[in-house]
Design a protein around this ligand. Sequence first.
Ligand code: AMP
Length: 225
Amino acid sequence: MRIVLLGAPGAGKGTQAELLCRKYNNIPKISTGDMLRTAVSNNTLIGQAVKAIIAKGQLVDDDLMSKLVIERISKSDCENGFLLDGFPRNVAQAEALEKAHISIDYVIAVKVPDEEIIIRLSGRRTHLASGRVYHIKFNPPKRPDQDDVTGEPLAHREDDSEETIRKRLQIYHQQTEPLIAWYQEHFPEKLIRIQGVGSVQDIESQIDKAIHQKRQFNWKDGVIE
Ligand code: AMP
């Protein structure tokens, strides 16, 4: 199974990504945000180059991002599928996947109003090593500020400040949202639109139902999955 999760920062992609990866035989989650944050914390050359861009909430260069993702997908653990979280972020990146002949089964677009996102992100805490996400009020860790699995400290991301969140939302609406129309035009049989407001379980079951319906529909229409 090859899945793209599309949605604004804070739309719940990380949470749903975990559930989907588990459901589909532990396919790897490829989160470009996590990859970049790891590079920053390891102080690699790429990390040094992108640190300030991330802190400002801007987008990293398309060619660099496409190269990183295409390289990652060529690894053997992606043979049976993968889930992309945070990539593609614009039409140029989607076209780079096309050019590399990387086909996707489902593109799941999760929609959440901006004001809800600001509330969510300002309370978000992340376990940087795994990408596991919590919310101090809506999804708190078992012990305050500690990851449930490893017990390691959780971080409040620098780019989760209100000012940077607003900037990231603006970029999302300008650059990433048009991708939904792009997928609708080029691959309508793959696009699934979900309302991302409600409990984690509600959203999970909306996604399940939509994938099930698409599978039946695509099968009936003779479209190869
Ligand atoms: P995220 O965790 O997906 O919200 O990503 C955090 C930050 O990493 C973004 O605000 C961008 O600065 C950068 N980033 C992540 N993915 C991409 C991408 N596909 N293209 C460009 N920049 C990205």
